[in-house]
Design a protein around this ligand. Structure first.
Ligand SMILES: [Zn+2]
Length: 613
């Protein structure tokens, strides 16, 4: 097998969204926190094939097939691992790491890591400056905007002093060269006179942190009316404005999320978090991109758009909801009174009122119709006809016919136009559209992979279930993985496949790679093993307190190990009895060990009873 750098595999997997890839073969319909479709691996009439965008996994409840994006391609295209990786790399436009590229790849990776290191160092510097006398004005400004110390610390806000070389001097002293600082975008070089100066001066600094906790760039905001109001880091090997979101690192920690809120400004996001809405994120000084919408889809299937109430904000909302729908999420629009923005609404009316606005938010359809309606004078026949014609165009895009019908009934009574006329208009638009639509590739009904339809539920011993739960939790992120690995210490899980996962997770942590389900699976080649794990990953665990839950699982695991040990000793004693082997020393020591094990086991059991009471 050719060598693929682990980071390359990681990149290929993260750039091939499973929902997109599967959609090329299966028609998927959103359902709850994921998507359902007809399984391409066995014949079925009701959809039992589930794709989770959050976990980047698929799993068929009918035939048990399951895995990540790589195993999907392996199964459906009948490719080997290497072939499937190459296919997906090409699909995402990622060059193959062949021997000559490998050096280049390493250089690129080193550069990216260096930039992230510089950014982290710089973020620390800006934060320190905010807390020093030089930063007093900036800190006062943040306080005046209603932020508290805690939220300032959580977001790592900082201050770039009003000087041409303060960050540069500081980072030079830390050993970074000007050339490196230019590449990181911390300093800028004037092409005419070669002068090098700090990019951010006299600005409040917002570090932009990705979901892996890396500072990839900065946003800087002025404290007065000077322009530009916001200045962002330029794109670099570490930073791409169109694929990152401000605040997502914190929102991701609040998983599982029912929804995300997309706001326009960094201040909106921070205020929302402070008032108890950790679901808030913002795009980075550009309008929402489809990459960002797909990124959000990994965390929630419903997105609330909370843009400013002014006209520019409403226009941006119109664009955003289309992009969100295109990405396969449900969009809702929060409407703010008096052209206010979320930041102002929270401060003037409080979080309860904001929650009401969430409840009263408009569906995509209602929002579009309400915007259209404002364009026409509905007191005139001309206005009514114009509005109805435009409305039909919007309604033609609505897949849900119940929603569409309800809407048409409303229009009928509002405009006094017969619903028949609106239906006819929609049919006309649909007929035009159908001619232009291309026929999607669909390969359902393939029965070649239909090996084991039956999926019997076997009651497993408690310790095996506990081991499975630990494995399920372990793959959900690095911080929980570290905790569990720590707790396990030198214990070896009894189920060899689970222990394999423990080893994979350990090596990911050693390399400081963020742990996730899809990535863990990419280190396994046996399709049956992948299937078994996906079944475990699909289980939603319920618990009140994670620490108590982990301790409980660990106790079960240890009890399992002790029980197994006791059984082994019992067997040996029985053999000695049965075959009349006379070895009093051995026999005595076995009995003693047995007694000790019994003692420890009953101690565990009573401990568990107590903890439950
Ligand atoms: Zn199936």
């Amino acid at each position: 097998m050719p060598w693929f750098p682990e980071e390359w595999i990681d990149e290929v997997i993260s750039r091939n969204d499973i929902v997109d890839v599967v959609s090329e073969y299966v028609t998927l319909k959103p359902s709850g926190r994921g998507y359902f479709g007809l399984c391409p691996f066995h014949n079925e009439k009701t959809a039992s094939f589930h794709v989770s965008s959050e976990r980047q996994l698929y799993h068929c409840f009918g035939c048990g097939e399951g895995g990540n994006v790589v195993s999907f391609i392996m199964a459906i295209e009948r490719m080997e691992f290497v072939e499937a990786m190459k296919y997906l790399a090409e699909r995402a436009g990622i060059p193959l790491p062949d021997t000559s590229d490998q050096v280049l790849y390493q250089q690129k990776k080193d550069k990216k890591q260096l930039i992230i290191e510089i950014n982290r160092e710089c973020a620390k510097y800006y934060h320190q400056m905010l807390m020093k006398p030089e930063g007093k004005e900036a800190l006062d400004y943040l306080f005046s905007r209603g932020l508290n110390n805690n939220i300032i610390r959580i977001f790592g806000l900082g201050y770039a002093p009003n000087s041409w070389a303060s960050a540069r001097d500081y980072l030079n002293r830390q050993g970074y060269t000007d050339q490196q600082l230019i590449e990181a975008g911390i300093v800028v070089q004037n092409p005419e006179n070669g002068r090098i100066y700090d990019r951010f001066r006299n600005r409040i600094m917002f570090p932009i942190i990705n979901t892996r906790g890396m500072v990839v760039g900065f946003g800087g905001r002025v404290m007065d009316d000077s322009l530009p109001k916001y200045l962002n880091s330029s794109d670099s090997p570490a930073f791409n404005k169109s694929v990152n979101l401000f605040g997502l690192n914190l929102a991701a920690k609040a998983r599982p999320l029912e929804y995300l809120i997309i706001a326009e400004g960094y201040m909106d996001v921070i205020t929302l978090h402070q008032y108890g809405f950790p679901q808030a994120v913002a795009s980075l000084g550009t309008s929402l991109t489809s990459e960002q919408a797909k990124l959000m889809r990994r965390y929630a299937s419903e997105i609330y758009v909370a843009y400013d109430g002014d006209e520019a904000g409403q226009k941006a909302t119109m664009r955003a909801i289309d992009i969100i729908k295109e990405a396969g999420c449900k969009a809702r629009v929060i409407q703010f009174p008096n052209n206010l923005d979320p930041d102002e609404v929270l401060k003037q009316y409080g979080p309860e009122y904001f929650r009401e606005l969430l409840v009263k938010s408009l569906s995509m359809l209602d929002f579009k119709l309400s915007v259209l309606r404002r364009k026409y004078d509905l007191n005139t026949t001309e206005g009514k006809v114009g509005f109805a014609t435009d409305a039909a165009r919007v309604l033609a895009e609505v897949d849900n016919h119940i929603e569409r019908d309800a809407c048409i009934r409303q229009l009928e009574s509002l405009l006094g136009i017969r619903s028949r006329a609106i239906y006819d208009q929609i049919a006309k638009i649909e007929a035009q559209g159908k001619l232009q639509k291309k026929i999607p590739r669909n390969r359902t009904g393939n029965n070649r992979y239909n090996k084991n339809i039956t999926n019997p539920v076997i009651l497993k011993p408690a310790y095996i279930r506990a081991e499975a739960d630990l494995v399920n939790l372990m793959v959900q992120g690095s911080s929980i993985a570290e905790k569990i690995i720590d707790m396990l210490g030198s214990l070896t899980l009894q189920e060899p496949l689970y222990q394999k996962v423990v080893n994979i997770v350990k090596s990911l942590l050693d390399r400081k790679t963020e742990v996730n389900e899809a990535l863990v699976l990419s280190y396994l080649e046996d399709r049956n093993e992948i299937k078994k794990l996906v079944e475990i990953f699909e289980q939603k665990l319920e618990y009140d307190n994670i620490d108590t839950y982990l301790t409980d699982c660990l106790n079960q695991v240890e009890m399992g190990i002790l029980t197994k040990k006791r059984q082994e000793i019992k067997n040996e004693i029985n053999t000695m009895d049965r075959e009349g082997i006379s070895d009093p020393v051995r026999y005595k020591s076995l009995l003693k060990e047995m007694e000790e094990l019994n003692h420890r086991l009953s101690a565990y059991k009573s401990e568990r009873r107590e903890s439950r009471e």
